[in-house]
Every structure is written in structure tokens, then in C-alpha cells.
Design a protein. Structure first.
Length: 754
């Protein structure tokens, strides 16, 4: 069994090195199929299933990004065409992911799931990704781009990310896995699991126990001789177990519980234009108090039933809880001992200034750097989230004459909420990087608000096969009741509700074993949060998406190319990290482009004993506003946008290419990624004018080198260099001014499998 598994793994590396975005080693899924386990909810299912979908998708198996030492989701998705990525902290702890041109801020326009369960802290009330699943512990990552995902919501324009956690190992093993690496800036990583599946008189049982953790001192150093770290640390235990009944009717109960304890010495403050390029690894002294402290708990109980080969059903109860306090620098003044306003902040009369404006003021910049006197306000963004619900999905396969159908329908009842207890502490900046307290806030002083959402979602989709043609019509409807209670406003409670629908028609036509054509037209939507909708007048975002693609595979050559067009109405500018407190509608926009993934192995199946897989991923995009924006305010990145302006953070070109050498027991991968320049706001100014959020975001080309050596069937050495040529650039101007990418880093370690 172990030797057979090794052969599969080698084949997976051969294919996957050349097709990091769409290929998968057969190992984990085949292990499940071999013992006849009932499957849980997946979005794509496998690399093979990609070729039959009526939409653009990708399936990334864990071995491909682990061999490269990737734990950052933005690194992993860099080869997936049509997915746009914005870095923030350099490690992927706060990712900003966009698909089809939707706003990528905090990944709030993408439906993010783990094992088919919504995983954002509060997917309807506050979907911003202040919690995001850690890629290093996943067995696979599924990507479905655009509004063709009728089955998944509540954000349907931007696509789906579904993370598949470590599965219960099948009978015969392997039963134990551990990967440990060390690297630059005292970075340490570990992922270990142990599990088994066994037969009893009462049916088949299985379990897996897992630990995952990572820590780093960070790559930036404080000015003024401050010795504090700028890194992060987290640990994640998980237990998963199942029980399958013996009998003629297949039934399965599965339960999972996991948690994440995460702490990061990260804040919102960026750098001045000069320091971003001359001193990119710098942090300013005023950010010394920055700290994100959070805990997340996730759990589900799932029942899967397959009474016959043509009918299947699954029902899942789930509960997620997230608590965090992001204590971070919020504003600055050049006044010592300032007046304090009614929300605990430095009063506007004492010169309170936002950080992105202060970076353009030499006097305030000196306060931030710690070399001048003044005052700073540090906000405690204490928030508490709950999300729980009951989701169901059933499938019925039947024929009407010569036409076959796979009819799938489902519904979800969901409730989530976010409770804010924010406060501000004010410190005097005494020069010499010395800060002393002026006032201490009480939780709830700055913002004390409860936002709730109760949602019912329904969908139905039919996969109709007529010879070589598959048609996939579907429709989705969501009804959401919003409630907002503002305790700063004497407990005033306001409510409203919204109903939205989406869906459309997709197709896939298999011309022969090598060629297929796919495409569709879909209506998508994105929902505003409770406070934005009830009190801010923000309407739901709507889109009409079109897609037409072609797939080809023959021997070692694989091609997947698609053209897409998305027409937005009421584009929502996400507030997360911008400070307004309310999302805003940003008018109409058009996004269209072409994406392509080509992989080729000239030595595929030729008996040379080694392979040379290579790939090219390319995305060209035009993303423009259709009208001049008359509203927005300086905190909104869409402010100042004219008709024809580029949408912020959607690059014209996104390219990736790589080549590997895969031998019997060792391999090397060389991967390059390029992103063309973008703009920080819809003003499209090449330099900041009134805010450090404005200006150009640099084009960047990075190259990674990685390799592995299999000592024997149980032990493997891994290592590599990321950003091999130490290329540096401004990669974001959010949340509060320019930030740069990681410098050259290294990693080395060992994997054990038994």
C-alpha cells in the first residue's frame, strides 16, 4: 500500500508541478474512494471534475504548495488565473482576494468556506476576513470563479474558496504525518496529524487528531531602538471523527471541532513614500502598541445518507465563534496633552488626523516616527462574532428518455451577529520613541453596537446531459432580516430586510476526448452589512456575468482558456479597514478579460525516469468604472473616480510561469510571478495628493526556488528560497499608507509519513 501511494504521489507531483492551479495528486481522495466512504460537501471535487464544469475553476492539492513551502494563500493562488491578490502583512494572515473584479478588501466579496461551511466571522453581518482559514493545514483548496456558483452564497459575484481540512485517513494508512520547517526571521512551522479507520460489528469508524502552528518574529524592525517583534504566532488543534453504518443503506455521521489561537503584532500604519522604498523593512515607533489577539472556534455535525445509487442527501448543523481585539494605532496629533472627545479620541480641535493623511505631513510623520512630540490615539477594536445554522443539500439522478438529469437542491437557515465594544486610549508622544498614557477608554465608549442577520437561502440546479452537451440551469434566492442596536444611541434598535435572487444557465460541450467548450450567463449579487443597509442606505450589489471557455488535454499538454465579462450595478466599496463604519455604493463598473492556464511536460509518459513539467498562467483584465462618482468621502478608495477610471487593485496583467525537474526521489521547482501596476484609489493618481492611500501600487516580479529529497518511504527533506532576487515594491496602500512585500526568505525542514 505504501509503495502504491508513493507512486501516486510522484505522479501527482509530475502533473501538479506543471499545473499547480488545477491538478491534484490522487492520494487522499483515492484513499477515500478505495474504502467506499461517503463524501462530504465539495465545490469542485477533484482535478478531473474541473474538466466537466460549466465554469472556470481550480483544484489545488496540498502537496503542490507544501513542496514549495507556501503557507500564504496569496502565494498559493498566484498561479490561478482570474484571481487577484493584494498582500498586507507579508504572510497572508489578512488576505485581500478578488475574483472577476469584485472589491477584494478583506476578501469580503468571496464566499469563503471550510468543508462546505461558511467560515467568515459573520458571513452576513461582517464578512471581512479578520479570520481566514490557514492554508498550511489543508488537504486541498477549491476555487470556483465568478457567479456560476449557484449553490453557494451569500456573495455570488466574486466566486468561492472552499478549504478542505485534513481527511480521516483510510484503512491501510498512512496514519501519521508531520512536517516541520524553520526559516528566516525565526519562522517556525509545524503540521502534524494522526488518525485511523477501522471496521467493527457496529460499522466503520474513523478519526484524525491534528495540530498546526506557525510563528515568526517578522521581517520589520522599529525605529528608535524599540526591540518589540513585528511578527505573529498561532496554533490550531483539530479533531474529526465519523461513523458509517453497516447495512444496505449508506449512512454516515461526521463531527469536527477545531480552534485557532492567533496573535499578531500587526497594525494598520504604513510608511512614507520615501521610507517605503529606501527603508522598506521599517516600522514606526508609534505602532509599538499594535496587537491583534483572537480566538476562533469551528464545529459541525454532519449526516450523509445515500439510500440508493441515484439519491443522496446531507444535512449539517454548524457553529462558529470568533473573538478578537485588534488594538492598533488609529490617529495622531501634534498636540501634547490633547482634549478628549465624547468617544474617547483626541478631539478634532486638538488636531486629530487620520494616519493616511498624517503620512503626508512632515510634522505628524515625525510624531509617528517617534522623533517629535505630540499625541496618538490607539483604538481597541474589540468585537465578538457568532455564526450558526443548518444547511441541507440533496441530489436526485434520473432520466427522461435519452436525457439524463442530476437535480440538486438545498436550503440553509443561518444566523450571525457581531457585537462591537470599541474604545480608545490616548498617549503623549514625548520624543525619543517614548509614549506615556493620557486617558484610558472603557470598552464600548468609541462604538458599542450589535448587528444581527437572520438569513434563509434556497437554490435548485439541474445538470442536464444531452449526448455530449451538458446544460446547467439554476437559481438561488436569499432573504435576510437585519437588526442593528446602537447602545451609544440609548439602545436604539432599527431593522429592515432584503431579498435577492441570482442564477443563470451554464453549459459544457465535449467535442471529443481532448476538446471541450464551456460558458454561461449568470446574475450575481453581494449583500451589504446590517448597519450599511439599515442606517447607511447601501443597496445590494448586482452583477451580470458572462463566460466562454475552451479546454484541451492530450498527453502532457493541458490548456484551459476563458474570456469573461462582468457588468456591475451598485458596486459596493467595502469599508473594512477604511474607518467610515459604513460600506458605500460606488456606482456601475465593467470588468472583462481573458485568462489562460497552459501546462506541458515534453517527457510525459516517455519512460525517461524523470519529467520536466512546466506551466504558464496569464490573466489580462480591463476593470473600469462606468460613471463618475459623486459620493464616497476621502476614506473610500473609490472616491474621485471618473468614468473610465481603473478599479483599484485589479491589475491589467497577472502572470505566472514555472518549470520543475521531477526524478524518482527528488525534485526542484522554479516559479515566477508577475503583477502589473495598479492604483490605490479610483482617482488613479500616480502619486498621493491628499491621502497616502492614493498613488501607484508597483509592478512586481518575484522568483521562488524550492526542492525536496525523499530519503526513503517515510522521510523527506524540503527547502527553498522565496523572492530569490530580493525584489521589493509597494504592494498595497491600504489600510493606512504604503507597505512592501517580504524580502528574500528561506526555509528548510523535514516531512515524516508512516
Amino acid at each position: 500500500m505504501m509503495k502504491r501511494q508513493d507512486e501516486r504521489n510522484r505522479l501527482g507531483r509530475v502533473i501538479g508541478t506543471g499545473l499547480l492551479a488545477t491538478a491534484v495528486t490522487a492520494g487522499a481522495q483515492d484513499a477515500l474512494d478505495d474504502i467506499g466512504m461517503l463524501e462530504g460537501l465539495t465545490v469542485v471535487g477533484s482535478s478531473e471534475a474541473v474538466w466537466d464544469l460549466a465554469g472556470s475553476a481550480a483544484y489545488i492539492e496540498s502537496e503542490q504548495f507544501r513542496d514549495r513551502g507556501y503557507t500564504d494563500i496569496t502565494q498559493i493562488l498566484s498561479t490561478v488565473p482570474g484571481v487577484y491578490l493584494r498582500q498586507e502583512d507579508g504572510y497572508g494572515n489578512f488576505p485581500n482576494i478578488s475574483m472577476r473584479g469584485a472589491d477584494g478588501t478583506r476578501t469580503s466579496k468571496v464566499t469563503v468556506m471550510e468543508d462546505g461551511i461558511l467560515t467568515a466571522p459573520a458571513p452576513y453581518s461582517a464578512p471581512a476576513a479578520y479570520y481566514f482559514p490557514k492554508s498550511g493545514r489543508m488537504s486541498a483548496i477549491e476555487v470556483l470563479k465568478g457567479s456560476s456558483q449557484v449553490r453557494y452564497g451569500p456573495q455570488t459575484t466574486g466566486g468561492v474558496l472552499n478549504f478542505l481540512s485534513t481527511p480521516v485517513p483510510g484503512e491501510g494508512g498512512p496514519n501519521f504525518y508531520s512536517r516541520t520547517t524553520a526559516g528566516s526571521d525565526s519562522t517556525f512551522f509545524n503540521h502534524t496529524w494522526y488518525g485511523d479507520t477501522f471496521e467493527t460489528d457496529w460499522g466503520r469508524w474513523g478519526y484524525v487528531l491534528e495540530f498546526h502552528g506557525q510563528q515568526s518574529d517578522g521581517y520589520r524592525s522599529y525605529l528608535g531602538g524599540i526591540s518589540a517583534d513585528s511578527g505573529f504566532r498561532f496554533y490550531e488543534p483539530m479533531v474529526k471523527a465519523f461513523w458509517e453504518f453497516e447495512g444496505n443503506v449508506k449512512q454516515r455521521f461526521e463531527v469536527k471541532f477545531g480552534m485557532t489561537d492567533f496573535e499578531s503584532d500587526e497594525g494598520y500604519l504604513g510608511l512614507s513614500e520615501f521610507d517605503a522604498r529606501a527603508n522598506p523593512d521599517t516600522r514606526y515607533a508609534a505602532g509599538v502598541f499594535d496587537n491583534m489577539d483572537s480566538k476562533q472556534y469551528r464545529s459541525y455535525l454532519r449526516y450523509v445518507l445515500e439510500p440508493c445509487d441515484d439519491v443522496s442527501f446531507q444535512s449539517t448543523l454548524y457553529w462558529n465563534n470568533f473573538m478578537r481585539n485588534w488594538y492598533k494605532l488609529d490617529h495622531v496629533s501634534s498636540t501634547l496633552n490633547p482634549a478628549i472627545d465624547g468617544r474617547g479620541r483626541i478631539a478634532s480641535g486638538s488636531g486629530r488626523t487620520s494616519l493616511h493623511n498624517a503620512l503626508l505631513d512632515p510634522a505628524l510623520l515625525a510624531v509617528l516616527q517617534g522623533s517629535a512630540t505630540g499625541s496618538i490615539g490607539v483604538k481597541g477594536n474589540a468585537r465578538y462574532y457568532d455564526a450558526y445554522g443548518w444547511q441541507n443539500q440533496g441530489t436526485w439522478r434520473f432520466n427522461t428518455g435519452s436525457v439524463s438529469h442530476e437535480l440538486t437542491g438545498g436550503f440553509r437557515a443561518h444566523y450571525d451577529r457581531v457585537f462591537r465594544e470599541q474604545y480608545v486610549n490616548v498617549f503623549n508622544a514625548n520624543g525619543g520613541s517614548n509614549f506615556t498614557p493620557v486617558s484610558t477608554g472603557t470598552p464600548g465608549d468609541e462604538s458599542n453596537r450589535l448587528e444581527e442577520a437572520t438569513a434563509l437561502a434556497f437554490f435548485i440546479e439541474d445538470s442536464i446531459e444531452i449526448g455530449q452537451l451538458t446544460l446547467r440551469p439554476g437559481i438561488r434566492y436569499e432573504h435576510v432580516d437585519y437588526d442593528v442596536t446602537d447602545f451609544n444611541g440609548a439602545g436604539l434598535r432599527t431593522s429592515d430586510s432584503v431579498g435577492v435572487w441570482g442564477g443563470g444557465l451554464g453549459f459544457n460541450y465535449d467535442w471529443n476526448d481532448c476538446h471541450s467548450t464551456y460558458g454561461g450567463i449568470y446574475r450575481g449579487f453581494a449583500l451589504p452589512g446590517p448597519n450599511s443597509y439599515v442606517n447607511g442606505g447601501v443597496e445590494e450589489e448586482e452583477s451580470l456575468g458572462y463566460e466562454l471557455g475552451w479546454r484541451y488535454r492530450n498527453g502532457g499538454l493541458l490548456v484551459d482558456t476563458a474570456a469573461f465579462f462582468t457588468d456591475f450595478d451598485n458596486l459596493i466599496g467595502v469599508d473594512a479597514g477604511l474607518g467610515n463604519g459604513v460600506n458605500q455604493n460606488a456606482g456601475a463598473a465593467e470588468v472583462w478579460g481573458v485568462e489562460s492556464m497552459i501546462t506541458y511536460d515534453p517527457l510525459f509518459d516517455r519512460g525517461f525516469g524523470f519529467n520536466l513539467p512546466m506551466y504558464v498562467s496569464a490573466t489580462w483584465t480591463s476593470a473600469e468604472l462606468k460613471e463618475r462618482l459623486l459620493t464616497g468621502g476621502e476614506d473610500d478608495i473609490y472616491a474621485g473616480g471618473q468614468r473610465g477610471a481603473d478599479i483599484p487593485y485589479v491589475p491589467e496583467w497577472k502572470l505566472a510561469a514555472g518549470i520543475g525537474y521531477i526524478a524518482a526521489c527528488w525534485g526542484v521547482n522554479l516559479d515566477a510571478n508577475f503583477t502589473s501596476h495598479t492604483y490605490g484609489t479610483a482617482l488613479n493618481s500616480p502619486v498621493p495628493v491628499t491621502s497616502a492611500r492614493q498613488g501607484k501600487v508597483d509592478a512586481l516580479l518575484t522568483v521562488d526556488l524550492s526542492g525536496y529529497y525523499e530519503i526513503n518511504d517515510n522521510w523527506k527533506l524540503v527547502g527553498g528560497l522565496h523572492n530569490l532576487f530580493d525584489e521589493r515594491a509597494v504592494v498595497t496602500r491600504l489600510p493606512e499608507g504604503p507597505r512592501t512585500n517580504l524580502p528574500r526568505t528561506w526555509f528548510a525542514g523535514v516531512e515524516a509519513t508512516f
